[in-house]
Design a protein around this ligand. Structure first.
Ligand code: ATP
Ligand code: ZN
Ligand code: MG
Length: 303
């Protein structure tokens, strides 16, 4: 009898690179995994460092009001997560404990808070920029990082429910944002070459929800609004998006009222690096022992 090959996820558990939590897509990371993540971030920051005007680190939650403004519930209600909390009195508490003790649903009286889990790392940035008033002539060029949540449990280690994105975000005119996106598409390939990872850039579309969703995906592709840097991780037939290059036109500029000096809504673009995905790609292609990684990769990450 043929033995089923051990999955990549199980290999990562076995080597204690990730630790199982019992919930798909929610893992503890080893010190070694985190070391690779932060070395990649340092490596990424050597590209275009002189262009960045500001850096920010976000917590994994964002204001509910801004989450609503983002339009995420229109496009991806199936992926979103919101934070709910107990807001009751003593007797509500008694009821809750009783449900818990009897294995019944104790969550039904949990109330929505002012916090939503951040679905995409750049969303919390836009309202901050809007609050500052009219953009300067040269716009904004921000480096940021955030944990993100997406309700997409999976046995594919590259599809987590909680993961980090490092992003560069450009806010300005259509020309400034398009130029930024083109530059980063090229830089992304240079980065992948230095990390000795097989890669390919392709036009992409988001998994918009429901009936209208397919048409939205087609239109996103036709306008070439999103490109992905694909690397085989869990499967060779279906490579995984490790970076994405997005042009949002003036959608977010309009939604949050970010204005150019001429009064028009700003355009925005972002490049997102999936930190866990890139780290997993490195382990997948260079082996589970970082000390044995090729010299070229080690010199890119260890300097
Ligand atoms: P996919 O098509 O694989 O679902 P996506 O189009 O949803 O990816 P984006 O929304 O563009 O990805 O997110 C930006 C980056 O975040 C991706 O390029 C990827 O590297 C990373 N990412 C997205 N979803 C996940 C996830 N579930 N787990 C880990 N990383 C992710
Ligand atoms: Zn973004
Ligand atoms: Mg996705």
């Amino acid at each position: 009898m043929m033995e089923k090959p051990i999955s990549f996820l199980d290999q990562l558990f076995e080597k204690r690179i990730l630790h199982d939590s019992g919930v798909d897509g929610l893992y503890a990371r080893s010190a070694q995994f985190e070391d690779v993540v932060s070395r990649f971030e340092t490596f990424a920051l050597t590209f275009g460092a002189d262009e960045i005007t500001e850096s920010m680190m976000f917590p994994p939650g964002m204001p509910m009001a801004d989450f609503e403004t983002s339009g995420y519930m229109k496009s991806f209600p199936h992926l979103a997560g919101t934070v709910h909390a107990f807001c009751g009195c003593d007797s509500d508490h008694m009821g809750l404990l009783q449900c818990l003790a009897e294995g019944e649903d104790w969550t039904k009286n949990q109330k929505a808070t002012q916090v939503a889990l951040t679905p995409a790392a750049c969303y919390p940035l836009y309202p901050i920029l809007a609050r500052r008033g009219v953009l300067p002539e040269d716009g904004a060029y921000v480096a940021l990082q955030s944990y993100c949540f997406r309700h997409e449990p999976s046995k594919d280690p590259a599809r987590m429910q909680m993961f980090r994105q490092r992003e560069y975000v450009r806010v300005g005119t259509a020309e400034q944002t398009m130029a930024f996106r083109n530059t980063w598409k090229e830089r992304g390939s240079v980065m992948m070459e230095r990390l000795c990872l097989p890669h390919e850039v392709d036009v992409a579309n988001d998994p918009f929800f429901g009936r209208g969703g397919r048409m939205m995906g087609v239109s996103q592709r036709e306008q070439a609004l999103k490109f992905e840097m694909l690397v085989p991780i869990n499967s060779t037939e279906k490579p995984t998006a490790c970076m994405s290059f997005n042009y949002h036109t003036d959608n977010f500029g309009k939604a949050w009222d970010i204005r150019l000096p001429d009064g028009n809504p700003a355009h925005t673009a972002c490049v997102g690096f999936g930190l866990e995905r890139i780290t997993l790609a490195l382990f997948r292609h260079h082996g589970l022992d970082v000390d044995a990684w090729p010299d070229e990769v080690r010199s890119a990450l260890w300097g």
